[in-house]
Design a protein around this ligand. Sequence first.
Ligand code: XMP
Length: 493
Amino acid sequence: MTLIEFVRGCTFDDFLLTPQCGILPRRDPQVVDLSARFSRHLTLRRPIVSANMDTVTRAAMAIVLAEEGGLGIVDRGFRSGDIGPQVAEIAIVKRTQHGVIADPHAIEDTAHVEDARRAMERTKVGTLAVVDGRRRLRGLLTERDIRFVPGDAAVAERMTPRERLVLHEGPITLADAERVMVERKVKKLPLIEPDGTLMGLVTAKDLMKQAQHPFATRHRLGRLVVGAAVGATGDYLERAIEVQRAGADVIVIDIAHGHSQVMERALAEVRKRCADVDIVAGNVATGEGARFLLERGADAIKVGIGPGGGCSTRLTTNFGIPQVEALVRCRQVVDGAVPIIADGGIRRDGALTQALLFGGDTVMLGTAFASTDEAPGEIVHKAVVVPESQKIVQVPFKAFRGMASIGAVRDRLDIEDSDPNEVEAIGAEGIEVSVPARGSARVVIHDMLKHLCSAISYGGATSLAALQLAFRADPMRYLVKLSVASRVESFQR
Ligand code: XMP
């Protein structure tokens, strides 16, 4: 029987995986290689992506994901035409950590201390480069230099002048910058062109952050990597251009039915206007859908119609493909030409391993990160009855909702300006629920990675890539199809 016949109509809870002879010395995410391709030009050290949903990924979530070696995709759940808020979220992620700061905040040497204070307050940075009218470096000014100093004092008098700074001419690698800073005992290293023009800044604080997160997903200049979602109609093209300008490293064209003419047009338009950025397209759930996106130049394909926790597409339309079958169908067609993102339906960490074996190069998660500290939204306390004691306790919750839920769609429409027929015509394909608050997403990720390492050990491999290869070479060696009784034995606790 072929794999596709074997998995027809099946999803994660239909299978267990047969344990193999373990050869992994230590199940430790610090040493096991969990790297995975996210898109044509982007490889992650951890195969985990947070979903572009307005109750899941904004800057805080994207920062944690990137620091931990995965990726966050900032949702487009802002009002149509209102692109600024999404751009602001991208900018926060890009400014969180630097390696080399390519565009340090600067002030002119003719300015006064009160101007510098205002600039520090506005930009939230404690060090300004001081430059002349042609952006040639004149010195550095720190918060400490202007503490207790009258506002009308001249910046030029308070700064550390260029002659007393350690400088580097031309570009520099982070390792070399660190060496120079240790040798010369400085905390800041400005980079200049031969004619003295300011071209960058390296700070000890940023170098320390780089060391704290050894698996982080970073751009070559050291900034955290982030993705941004756009739609396929309305403001999508302008949004794609703006988020790329703000520094988004990948653009995800995300619509419920990616195998469609509207996607074809959007993909072509975004491709024309946004060079140098990987474009992910989805969602699809069939081999034909995956081929359609592959042939139209998608740099990664997002797979999943209806498995998501906030999703009601299958209830309301009866369309969809069970997620394991969808992953196998798409994998067989795409066959590694571009990576596949297994999107939705992962309700336990074991299913995460399955998603990575059946077809995903990476997984996209919404529910798993819902209601963590980094998820957007206010905490609300609700009275809950404890079954054992029948006592009522106040439990903190956050809202989680599908992006096609009536609430999310209405929030994206400018209700006052929109055509009443448009509001009337909303056919919800998502639900809204409250999820108990549950700490940092960082802890959730760490647990997932530990469980993934254990799965690699059970699977007789030493890395994620090796386990995927072994599974795909001979899936029947691994797959156990479950009876109703064995499913209860396995997953009901
Ligand atoms: P999980 O199961 O991790 O899935 O919560 C996250 C994915 O669910 C999809 N999604 C939706 N699908 N209607 C849908 O049909 C919706 O309203 C909706 N909202 C999110 C999406 O692919 C996400 O990544």
